[in-house]
Write a protein of this length. Structure first.
Length: 113
């Protein structure tokens, strides 16, 4: 399955179609567009939407635990726990920080065209 996924992503990149990561773990390679083994702030800002709903993504600063202005694979793996915790908290929240999660019918939660 991994070889198929790699082939699919490769074809999408060659065609100029933005690749969307299948999971948070796969997202590291999607966001690391220069293949350096780390994610820069510029790469994160340009590609964050490719790793799921940005509402639930940890901030770059939070992921960069050693403050070197890049996120390596270990920091990325730790951020997966943060992303899960944010999503779980939002799903159970009744407070204003996540109103559309529990009340998508509210007018302010409707996407305008």
């Amino acid at each position: 399955m991994t070889k198929i996924w790699v082939a699919f992503v490769s074809v999408m990149l060659l065609l100029g179609t933005p690749a969307i990561a299948a999971s948070w773990t796969d997202g590291f390679n999607t966001v690391d567009t220069d293949g350096s083994g780390t994610i820069s702030r510029a790469e994160w800002d340009a590609n964050e939407s490719k790793v799921g709903d940005p509402t639930f993504n940890p901030t770059f600063q939070t992921m960069d635990s050693n403050g070197n202005n890049s996120v390596d694979e270990d920091e990325w793996a730790a951020a997966e726990g943060m992303k899960t915790a944010i999503g779980n908290s939002c799903q159970s929240a009744e407070g204003s920080w996540c109103p559309c999660q529990n009340h998508p019918e509210k007018p302010e939660c409707q996407k305008s065209n």
